[in-house]
Ligand binder design. Structure first.
Ligand code: UD1
Ligand code: PEP
Length: 418
């Protein structure tokens, strides 16, 4: 199994190009089921989750053609199967995003029920309830969601009990081919929902209000093909910015969008970072040891849960006491015991990680448990004294393109070893 070996203590300096967003690319790839013509996608990040998505599309009879490392042609004309098997879904929960598009385009879908994962139970009841309101007949048996619809889905008003990102995306995508108007209330406002809506609108859908908590979709009989470029990854951007601040560095992220990162930039500024930005770049300069910050995760535009682990590492080396409260997932502090093994002084009280900053972390052998926990451990390794070996990096490969190459180019001593 591959590992990352890091010799800590080098500040990150220079420029890094941010990849396309995993959490936008995955729903867009799954929504490429909907059009009846070829779709060309650009700025698709080279990630394990993207390879899994292409494999899943392949199993549905949808061929993809690589035009380069980050560009694909997807040919939805060939769709001939409606089963998303357990083997693929268990490696990528986002596979649930085929449910809405398959039902809308094929009239039938059989999707393995995603289980819980390291960060929480993560049910999909809201996806199922919404599709039922749109006329789908859905049963859950033998670990599979079996969904059927007689003719087309029909427009409905769906009030989501909880803000759900993929729940909103599944219903919004399905509604583009429904008969009539669908209104999603209490919709997720994440930028990735907006990117999916923009993609679908470019393919002929009529979606209004994405990015607000009420999305209205006027269903169309068919969507056409076209070209689309995936938005930059705000979480990858935030991860590099925190890594720069933690190591006392000076890093500019290029090909990104500062407007998606307000809550993260606010906390970095509170931590003492000097932030400058333009339309598609952000520079962070660290002039001092980080100040501790207080964070409460919540749906966009508040502080993203996908950035809290990285800030746990920043707080771990801050000049004083800080805390991070997690309100989205019930078990998203698996990085804390690993950070403690590196000398961090962090206590868990319910859903809050309270840290007293230490002057120096020390290198250790640590284990990734989920994607962003992995990122927090890599950042800890970059600042720690001595060698850190990060194991189970298949988690990090799900969501960070060439992380060791990008960090090496910024001056880190980091190697992937088998
Ligand atoms: C591929 C993707 O985009 N993943 C992101 C997406 O995950 P994902 O879309 O799975 O997360 P949700 O927004 O759905 O989850 C938010 C909360 O709602 C609950 N819930 C959700 C659906 C449902 O049917 N019932 C229910 O109770 C979840 O358990 C969780 O407590 O949003 C999360 C929250 O920003 C991010 O951490 C993930 O990176
Ligand atoms: C939790 C995440 O992803 P997923 O929903 O794909 O597990 C993440 O991107 O941090």
């Amino acid at each position: 199994m591959q590992k990352l070996v890091i010799q800590g203590g080098r500040p990150l300096n220079g420029e890094v190009t941010i990849s396309g967003a995993k959490n936008a690319a995955l729903p867009i790839l799954m929504a490429a089921i909907l059009p009846c013509e070829t779709v060309e996608l650009h700025n698709v990040p080279a990630l394990q989750d993207v390879r899994t998505s292409l494999k899943l599309l392949g199993e549905l009879g949808i061929q993809s053609e690589a035009l380069g490392p980050n560009s694909y042609k997807i040919h939805p004309q060939g769709i001939n199967n409606h089963v998303a098997s357990y083997d693929l879904v268990k490696t990528m929960r986002a596979s649930i995003l085929v449910l809405g598009p398959l039902l809308a385009r094929f009239g039938e879908a059989q999707v393995s029920l995603p289980g819980g994962c390291a960060i929480g139970a993560r049910p999909v009841n809201l996806h199922i309830e919404g599709l039922r309101l749109m006329g789908a007949d859905i049963t859950v048996e033998n670990g599979y969601i079996n969904a059927k619809v007689n003719g087309r889905l029909r427009g409905a008003t769906v009030l989501m009990d909880t803000v759900s990102v993929t729940g909103t995306e599944n219903l919004m995508a399905a509604a583009t081919l429904a008969d009539g108007v669908t209104i999603i209330e209490n919709a997720a406002r994440e930028p990735e929902v907006e990117d999916l809506a923009q993609f679908l609108n470019d393919m002929g859908a009529d979606i209004r209000g994405a990015g607000t908590d009420t999305i209205t979709i006027h269903g169309k009989p068919a969507l056409h093909g076209g070209k689309y470029s995936v938005q930059p990854d705000r979480i990858e951007t935030g991860t590099f910015l925190v890594a720069a601040m933690a190591t006392g560095g000076d890093v500019t992220c290029r090909n990104t969008d500062p407007s998606m990162l307000d809550a993260v930039l606010k906390k970095l500024t509170e931590a003492g970072a000097v932030i400058t930005k333009g339309d598609d770049w952000i520079r962070v300069q660290a002039n001092s040891r980080p100040q501790p910050v207080k964070i409460i995760t919540a749906p966009h535009p508040a502080f993203p849960t996908d950035m809290q682990a990285q800030f746990c590492t920043l707080n771990a080396i801050a000049d004083g006491a800080g805390w991070v409260s997690e309100t989205i997932f019930e078990n998203r502090f698996m990085h804390v015991p690993e950070l403690r093994r590196m000398g961090a002084n962090i206590e868990l009280e319910g859903n809050t990680a309270i840290s007293k900053g230490v002057e120096q972390l020390t290198g250790a052998q640590v284990m990734c448990t989920d994607l962003r926990a992995s990122a927090s451990l890599v950042i800890a390794g970059l600042v720690a004294k001595g060698e850190t070996v990060v194991e189970r990096i298949y988690h990090i490969d799900r969501g960070y393109e060439a992380i060791e190459k990008k960090l090496s180019a910024l001056g880190a001593d980091i190697k992937r070893v088998s």
